[in-house]
Design a protein. Structure first.
Lengths: 344, 485
């Protein structure tokens, strides 16, 4: 056995192999880390977590970016703040499709106090070639959705959110509708129920719609936000130009804002408001919602209302098994089976 | 209910809120595949709990506390979720199995199927049928917990047995003891009660003041009032025991005492007063005289002995028993007696009874001893549980101090009626020496309400059963005197 191994290894020249490896890979990906990383600030990444440095990157301001900084003054009048959020999960798979659950939360508050919340769902959707046909989606997009569950979850979430947002924008007036995430058109939207229609409704009913993103993939915003990090109180910066040049289909004014004090996070905020009066919309939000850790409490509550609990997931499984005449098959974690059970 | 897991000799069962069962209840697990059955007893009940479930409950509470909740839940998942949150876990001890021929078996080495087993509550009447618990002389002591079915033990299972009734103060011990005494008498048994709180006299009367069914069969004796002996009837042996064990008389003094006894017996003047005179004139060492005089005064002040051996009303147990052929309870009220007098009474009565039983003059008797540690000397316990059983004295101890009874007695005990204990020390003591397992005792007894008891031992064929004792029909005496009421 040992002789056989020696024979095999003698046939491979490892020094040549190493040389070829370095040369080929070095052309496209640099591994000269000592030069590249020297003096850099670093935070280590963690999968499925969105980590940001506590005190920001400490980047210098971009000299050519002269975006003015505006402080937000609370506007003391009784305006209803209505926040909504939703979440989706993939509950099960069948041989030709997948079963998804969606849950939404709508919270109404006024004068800084949450008054009432609506828990909508859990509701189940089954996506298969047959059902996706009714979704008015381009057939290639529909195929993608059937292949990739992340897209499918996004489709369901956007559709459900738009329905709720349409209802809220129709039924509320002179209120603030808070949405989790940016205000952006999506390929997954239905034609009649898209973000533009929601925004239009809002303007007709004199509502403001504010989309707040907890994180942004646009790294440029980190640099732009340096002055905002230094200011003590709530303030915002208009980043319309930057955002609109990088992202298509955004709705309303694009801002980066800080709702709390010195150490509060800087958030990307999209605002649709009457007469484009961002100051008024944000001022009313500050006055009528409780801001804890730099984030509106109403939106936080909507998030908690909309997230699935372990018990709910168990209940949904039980519901599916007992109501839809399905046959549960034994399943296994293929990664665990193939790679072993050593967890590192 | 479903089986979740097995741990040692216990099964862990999953139950929903609608599954009505409580601690102490029996469950029967019927394995549809193997056709075998297993009998288990619930000894503890908990919530089905996991970290995620707790997190969910906390989250929901926070959300609902923040604002008013409105639900749109088309699949009714919220309700199912509530059912899960209320799910319970029963811990049950495996007690027995039923084999393929339908007979009770102790072979519990097999495991019932988790998938194909049906679990249901077993009624006590069904359990009785399975374990073939039956008898001729029933003693209805109350109702089985949960079923509200009448529950009875059988006098045969108390016959020739050593029993203990224990529990904390005011948990219902004396109440059960009175039920046992009353029914034993109704069945024609002869019962002697050492009544420390003068409460058993109430057995002669109903709670409404009318005479009870055993009115004529209750005989209350108090020192000086009914409980009076002649020295001749007591005899040397009983007197020796009393002087030595209750009055700690030294051997030299005992010798002189019985010399005087013989002298007076020959003169046919064996009476207490004659004893006093003889002690004063007897030619003995002065120290011995002093010892005899001091004991003489104690004997006289106890009012247990008559000065006139021909006096009417002197107690003779054999006469009482022969007159009351239908059974009787001789209640020896010691509530007003001093501690020395109590010990004297117990020594005299027990010695005399042994004497009579040895000579087969009286039939076997049941002895009920309330707080016996207060008047029975330590070395006497062993006698009670070993020798006396053979003579025909079947004792029931009633105490709220389980640690006052030695381990030796517990090891000999046949039946225990356990009322509530919350004190850990008492529970420790009982659970270490009891006939049932530690977990069952600790968990069930700690949460027993007033008047509920856990019956363990021969009376329940070694399958512990929780019983709610029947309400008092007889007059309740011996209640605590209160200042404000």
């Amino acid at each position: 056995m040992t002789a056989q191994l020696n024979f095999q290894s003698n046939r491979i020249n490892f020094s040549e192999f190493e040389h070829a490896f370095d040369q080929s890979l070095g052309q496209c990906l640099s591994s000269r880390l000592d030069e590249l990383l020297k003096g850099k600030k670093i935070i280590f990444s963690s999968e499925d977590k969105n980590l940001v440095p506590v005190d920001g990157w400490g980047l210098r301001n971009i000299p050519y970016c002269t975006t003015p900084l505006t402080t937000i003054q609370p506007r003391m009048d009784n305006t209803t703040v209505c926040a909504m959020d939703s979440s989706t999960i993939q509950l099960a798979e069948t041989e030709d499709g997948s079963l998804y659950g969606v849950k939404s939360g709508v919270v109404l508050s006024i004068g800084g106090h949450a008054l009432i919340h609506f828990k909508i769902g859990p509701i189940l959707f089954y996506l298969s070639e047959e059902t996706i046909g009714h979704s008015q989606l381009d057939h290639r997009l529909a195929k993608l959705i059937l292949i990739d569950s992340d897209f499918a979850k996004r489709l369901i979430r956007i559709r459900v959110e738009r329905v709720i947002q349409m209802e809220l924008s129709n039924n509320l007036s002179k209120s603030i509708i808070l949405v989790d995430g940016s205000l952006k058109s999506s390929l997954f939207e239905e034609k009649k129920q898209n973000i533009k229609n929601v925004a239009e409704n809002c303007l007709l009913k004199q509502n403001s719609m504010i989309g707040i993103s907890k994180s942004s993939k646009l790294r440029i915003l980190d640099r732009v936000s340096t002055p905002l990090a230094k200011i003590q109180g709530p303030a915002y910066m208009d980043v319309n130009l930057i955002i609109k040049s990088l992202v298509r289909n955004t709705v309303g004014d694009n801002l980066i804002a800080k709702f709390g004090n010195h150490n509060s996070p800087i958030l990307r905020v999209d605002v649709v408001s009457c007469n484009s009066d961002k100051d008024e919309a944000l001022g009313k939000l500050l006055a009528n919602d409780s801001i804890a850790c730099g984030y509106p409490e109403t939106l936080r509550l909507a998030h908690h209302v909309s997230t699935f609990t372990y018990t709910e997931i168990s209940c949904l499984r039980g519901h599916v098994l007992s109501n839809y005449d399905v046959i549960e098959l034994a399943s296994e974690d293929i990664r665990k089976t193939l790679l072993g059970s050593i967890t590192v | 209910m479903k089986i979740l897991s097995k741990n040692g000799n216990e099964l862990i069962m999953l139950a929903m809120k609608t599954d009505i069962a409580s601690k102490g209840d029996y469950l029967i697990i019927e394995d549809e595949k193997s056709k075998r059955k297993m009998i288990v007893q619930i000894y503890d009940e908990e919530y089905l709990s996991s970290q995620s479930l707790i997190e969910d409950i906390v989250k929901d509470e926070v959300v609902t506390a923040s604002s008013i909740e409105n639900l749109h839940d088309p699949l009714n998942i919220g309700n199912i979720s509530k059912i899960i949150r209320d799910a319970r876990v029963f811990r049950a001890k495996i007690r027995a199995a039923i084999d393929l021929s339908g007979k009770l078996s102790s072979d519990v080495t097999w495991l019932p199927s988790r998938v194909y087993s049906n679990v249901r509550r077993l009624r006590i009447s069904e359990l009785d049928m399975l374990i073939e618990r039956r008898g001729v002389f029933p003693i209805p002591i109350g109702k089985a917990r949960g079923d509200n079915e009448d529950f009875e033990v059988y006098a045969e299972d108390l016959d020739g047995k050593l029993n203990i009734i224990t529990g904390k103060k005011e948990s219902g011990k004396s109440h059960l003891s009175k039920i046992l005494v009353k029914t034993l008498v109704q069945h024609g048994a002869f019962v002697i009660v050492f009544d420390l709180n003068n409460e058993y006299g109430g057995l002669a009367w109903n709670s409404d003041g009318s005479p009870s069914p055993i009115h004529e069969q209750i005989m209350v004796l108090e020192p000086g009032y009914g409980l009076r002996f002649s020295l001749a009837y007591c005899g040397k042996s009983a007197m020796y025991n009393m002087l030595k064990n209750a009055l700690d008389m030294p051997s030299a003094s005992l010798r002189e005492f019985f010399r005087i006894w013989d002298y007076l017996e020959n003169k046919q003047t064996l009476e207490v007063e004659a004893f006093g005179n003889a002690i004063n004139t007897w030619n003995i060492n002065e120290l011995v005289r002093d010892a005899l005089i001091s004991r003489y005064h104690v004997i006289q002040s106890s009012r247990l002995f008559s000065n006139n051996r021909n006096e009417d009303g002197l107690i003779k147990f054999e006469d009482v028993i022969s007159k009351k052929r239908k059974g009787t309870a001789i209640v020896i009220s010691m509530g007003k007696a001093t501690s020395i007098a109590r010990r004297m009474i117990v020594e005299l009565v027990l010695s005399k009874l042994i004497d009579l039983l040895e000579k087969v003059v009286i039939p076997p008797i049941f002895l009920f001893a309330e707080e016996a540690h207060l008047y029975v000397r330590d070395t006497y316990w062993e006698d009670i549980i070993t020798r006396m059983r053979h003579f025909g004295i079947y004792t029931t101890f009633i105490t709220n101090q389980p640690d006052a009874i030695g381990d030796g007695i517990y090891r000999q005990v046949d039946n225990i009626f356990l009322f509530n204990f919350t004190n850990d020390t008492d529970l420790d003591k009982i659970s270490k020496v009891s006939l049932a397992d530690n977990e069952t005792i600790r968990s069930i007894v700690r949460t027993l309400p007033q008047r509920y008891c856990l019956s363990i031992g021969k009376v329940v064929c070694d399958l512990p059963i929780v019983v709610k004792t029947a309400p008092a029909e007889v007059l309740t005496l011996g209640e605590t005197k209160k200042f404000f009421i």
